[in-house]
Design a protein around this ligand. Structure first.
Ligand code: AMP
Ligand code: GLY
Length: 422
């Protein structure tokens, strides 16, 4: 079978390595992929947002199955365009990817169907938004409507910060057209949990839970990033809470999408906060999380391709989705300066014996040398019976990978470890 994976980061590298475990897979193309995954896939220089070129490539190369991993192509209708050409895909169509593509859509969906989330108001007029803030509880959370690379969320600790955030989004267009509509919502507290779930639009099979570390610095300080590390499972996510989430959030969300005529197939990502008033949805993503995927998929014992195909064919109910009971930890090695400005082009060395634990996010190949080529450069994942063991193993491997200006957090998993002792 010929497989195509759209995307080029650590998440895609993880998906590709997992797909390769299926003996029927003869070739995997990554569009565009990156130099660090050249041993695992044939990288093709087509950008993940170039839908026309992606479809043309898939048709010309007789691709049997396409996995569309990032949010942008999903929201742009990559799955729709591929399916029109008869190519089976993993991922939602555009009319369902809107669950991530528009925060206004997802908030209104949750309100309409009684799915627990932070209380909110939507604004398309700056003066009205500013007037609302005068009596809003502080801290407050301000979100730009569209995709903003995870940066369109501002938690304002003071009224002045809140006003400034509204002006920067709606007047200065800090996030472009995403700021035409904004959501102002209640500030929630509690541990955060990421739950990725396979769904074929009828059945929901959640994957092992995970915990992201979004801030750049140790102790959850500094700027928000795409994620500096993850652990799975998430200790706060007990079996009891999982049952409650299935009942009050996961199934109602899939049902709500069906009722709206927007059946969702693929991986639905629930960003949850376990508040004193129960689990609530912070955000939906229409795709695998990054770097959640780097800890979740290595724990998957079932065949990934089979499960993905079941979401496409509507046979997920009969398909086993089994995870090992072990722990995983992924530490992201980034370029110093990320998520702000950073230098790239430094040579890196990844010892052969640990290459299978490394998921490369940002690298290029030049004259056979692997060079850093992004903010997040790679992730190192380890699995162990205990979380402590997984963390130790990952940091030992990180210590053996070197490139100039490498930066990583030194406390990935620390909060999870403390939670087990609470
Ligand atoms: P998002 O891009 O929607 O995942 O938001 C980024 C981060 O902002 C989340 O991971 C949360 O830590 C935080 N956040 C978003 N919404 C809220 C909220 N209503 N209350 C508290 N924190 C929030
Ligand atoms: N790690 C968060 C995300 O993928 O959106």
């Amino acid at each position: 079978m010929k497989i195509m994976v759209v995307g080029g980061g650590g998440r895609e590298h993880t998906i590709i390595k997992k797909l390769k475990e299926n003996k029927e897979v003869s070739e995997i193309f990554a569009l565009p992929g990156n130099g660090g995954m050249a041993n695992d896939a044939t990288c093709v220089n087509i950008g993940a947002k170039d839908i026309d070129a992606i479809v043309k490539f898939a048709v010309e190369n007789k691709i049997d199955y396409a996995v569309v991993a990032p949010d942008d192509p999903l929201v742009l209708g990559c799955v729709d365009a591929l399916e029109e050409q008869g190519i089976a895909c993993f991922g939602p169509r555009a009319n369902a990817a809107i669950i991530e593509g528009s925060k206004v859509f997802s908030k209104n969906l949750m309100k309409k169907y009684g799915i627990p989330t932070a209380a909110y108001e939507v604004f398309d007029d700056m003066e009205k938004a500013l007037a609302y803030l005068e009596s809003a509880p502080i801290p407050t959370v301000i979100k730009a409507d569209g995709l903003a690379l995870g940066k369109g969320v501002i938690i304002a600790e003071t009224l002045d910060d809140a006003r400034a955030a509204v002006v920067s989004m709606m007047q200065d267009k800090q996030f472009g057209a995403s700021g035409d509509h904004i959501v102002i919502e209640e500030f929630l507290t509690g541990p955060e949990v990421s739950v990725l779930a396979f769904t074929d639009g009828k059945t929901v099979k959640p994957m092992v839970s995970s915990m992201d570390h979004k801030r750049a610095g140790d102790g959850d300080t500094g700027l928000n990033t795409g994620g500096m590390g993850t652990v799975a499972p998430n200790p706060y996510y007990t079996a009891e809470i999982a049952d409650e989430c299935m009942r009050t959030i996961f199934l109602p969300t899939v049902d709500a999408m069906n009722a709206e005529g927007r059946s969702f197939k693929g991986c639905l990502y629930f960003g949850l906060m376990l508040t004193p008033n129960g689990p609530k949805v912070i955000e939906y993503n229409c795709r695998f999380g990054d770097p959640e995927t780097q800890v979740v998929l290595p724990l998957l014992e079932s065949d990934l391709l089979t499960v993905m195909q079941a979401t496409t064919n509507g046979t997920l109910a009969e398909t086993e989705v089994k995870f090992s009971g072990k722990n995983a930890c992924c530490v992201i090695m980034a370029s110093k300066g990320y998520p702000s400005s950073y230098e790239k082009g430094f040579e890196m060395t990844i010892p052969e014996d640990i290459a299978s634990s490394v998921y490369v996010a940002g690298a290029s190949l030049s004259d056979g040398k692997l060079l850093t080529n992004g903010g997040r450069v790679l992730g190192v994942t380890s699995i162990d019976e205990t979380l402590e063991g997984a963390i130790e193993k990952s940091y030992a491997k990180v210590g053996r990978i070197s490139f100039e200006n490498a930066y990583f957090r030194r406390d990935i998993g620390k909060r999870a470890l403390a939670a087990y002792k609470e």
